[in-house]
Design a protein around this ligand. Structure first.
Ligand code: GLU
Ligand code: ZN
Length: 480
């Protein structure tokens, strides 16, 4: 692609929390603008007054902001092509409706829903794909006046005249060809006066001087309509690129059962912005580097030619991989925020930094961190099955020896293992796993010696005593 500054936009309809698929669209458009030194616009497509809500727009702006996305023009920051909410642009649209009516490219259609339904049924029954039959194309002034007198309120339709097919060069999918016959005259203004998607979306792209429209492939079939409209209005036609949609790991369209479907859910689940962005950069886009990238490094690794046609698989394992990377990059202060008041209350303040450094590689989410606070400073949860097995296998002698070594409160892991080894002959896993299970209640985690340094002598003693009691309870050795 030539290197002209791209003016791109993200044009969501604020009818709910922003879906991760749309977040990826926003992100790719921002990257394309940034990597070419262009501009990125955010436009709210809120012409559906019933479903669009200010609170969803506010939430969308807040969530994208949290993710780190920034736009140069938009409803919250203004700009030279405002307003940026379509609900405030109806005055502008009027000019273009009038132009289309005057040039004969648009006409009022009085057909009722019932009549349209019937016509669709008839076409389907005779094996033709359904499209508007052109009923109102040639109404004379008198007929229009009669319909209006009956109280019928018309929609405005764009006239798709016969002619050459509509062709465009898709930035992702290559040449696209659509026969005009397949398009049919389409609605550009609804009966209530509001702008239909095809119209406001295309007209605003032109008025906002958008040069590149990158969007999901569910919009490919809309593009020929939008091109015809812009040509009839003598407005500039942007370049279009339609990338593959996101699917879950089973190949089905992304939905709730694949984990999270809105950015808000990911945010509430504790995912970090950098993790999401690193995953998305590789979703349907072949980045030239596999390593972690900060957001400001991403534009130079974005390439429109590397957008793919194969379905983009949203993969929770990949997301978790990047989450791990993101946690490793958090500052101690940021990790400390994850502790919350209850966590902070348990950790001796001078140990906070050492504790967080020690456990961060075992943590993906705030709840994981809390679990490690409990392991080192709080109450151990009841040991799981595999932990219990290690404890029972080890037997009483094992823990009696460990407890004896702990009479020196500064005893190291080596002091404990030496004592146990001498008393029982245990070695390798048989030596380390029961100690880990007894002292931390788990068989995974950071270095045991490093954890022992942070744990109080009391805690360690109490846990070894509990392990000893458990071992005795389950002991199969004869009691006499
Ligand atoms: N409001 C449209 C949508 O959310 C915009 C589509 C486009 O990017 O052109 O699907
Ligand atoms: Zn009609």
């Amino acid at each position: 692609m030539e290197n002209m500054p791209a003016i791109t936009r993200f044009a969501p309809s604020p009818t709910g929390y922003v879906h991760v698929g749309n977040v990826r669209t926003a992100f790719f458009n921002q990257l394309l603008a940034r990597c070419s030194g262009g501009r990125f616009i955010l436009r709210s497509e809120d012409t559906d007054a019933e479903r669009s809500k200010q609170e969803y727009l506010d939430a969308l702006l807040a969530d994208l902001h949290w993710l780190g996305l920034r736009w140069d023009e938009g409803p919250d920051c203004g700009g030279p092509s405002g307003p940026y909410c379509q609900s405030e642009r109806s005055g502008l649209y009027e000019v273009y409706y009038t132009r289309l009516i005057d040039s004969g490219d648009a006409y009022p259609c009085y057909c009722s829903d019932q009549e349209l339904k019937l016509s669709r049924k008839r076409q389907l029954a005779s094996g033709r794909p359904p499209r508007y039959a052109g009923t109102c194309r040639h109404l004379g002034d008198q007929e229009r006046a009669d319909k209006a007198a009956q109280g019928r309120v018309p929609v405005l339709r764009f006239k798709v005249t016969a002619g050459d097919s509509v062709t465009f060069q898709d930035l992702v999918r290559g040449e696209q060809v659509f026969a005009r016959d397949d398009i049919g005259d389409f609605v550009i203004r609804r009966a209530d006066g509001s702008a239909a998607f095809f119209f406001s979306n295309a007209v605003d792209d032109a008025l906002m001087q958008v040069s590149h429209v990158l969007r999901g492939e569910d919009h490919v079939a809309n593009t020929p309509r939008q091109i015809l409209l812009l040509q009839a209005l003598d407005l500039s036609v942007p370049r279009y690129g339609h990338f593959s949609l996101m699917v879950g790991d089973d190949g089905a369209p992304l939905s709730k059962r694949h984990g999270a479907s809105s950015l808000r859910e990911l945010r509430l689940a504790g995912y970090l912005p950098g993790a999401i962005l690193n995953h998305f950069l590789r979703l349907g886009h072949k980045a030239d580097i596999d390593d972690w990238l900060d957001l400001d490094q991403m534009p130079e690794h974005f390439n429109i030619d590397a957008l793919g046609r194969a379905p983009a698989r949203y993969d929770m394992d990949q997301l978790r991989h990047w989450q791990k990377e993101a946690v490793m990059r958090l500052s101690i202060a940021e990790l400390e925020d994850w502790l919350g008041d209850s966590g902070r209350a348990l950790i001796p303040p001078e140990q906070t930094g050492a504790f967080l450094e020690l456990v961060r590689s075992n943590v993906l989410f705030p709840a994981d961190l809390q679990a490690w606070v409990d392991v080192l400073y709080g109450d151990l949860p009841k040991p799981g099955e595999s932990e219990q097995e290690w404890l029972q296998q080890a037997g009483s002698e094992f823990f009696r020896a460990a407890l004896a070594a702990l009479e020196n409160p500064a005893a190291t892991l080596k002091d404990l293992t030496d004592a146990v080894k001498t008393a029982t002959g245990a070695k390798g896993k048989q030596l380390f796993m029961p100690l880990r299970a007894a002292l931390t209640g788990r068989t995974d985690g950071p270095g045991l010696q490093e954890m022992l340094v942070l744990m109080s002598a009391d805690t360690k003693r109490k846990r070894l005593q509990e392990a000893l009691a458990l071992g005795q309870k389950h002991s199969r050795e004869p009691l006499i």
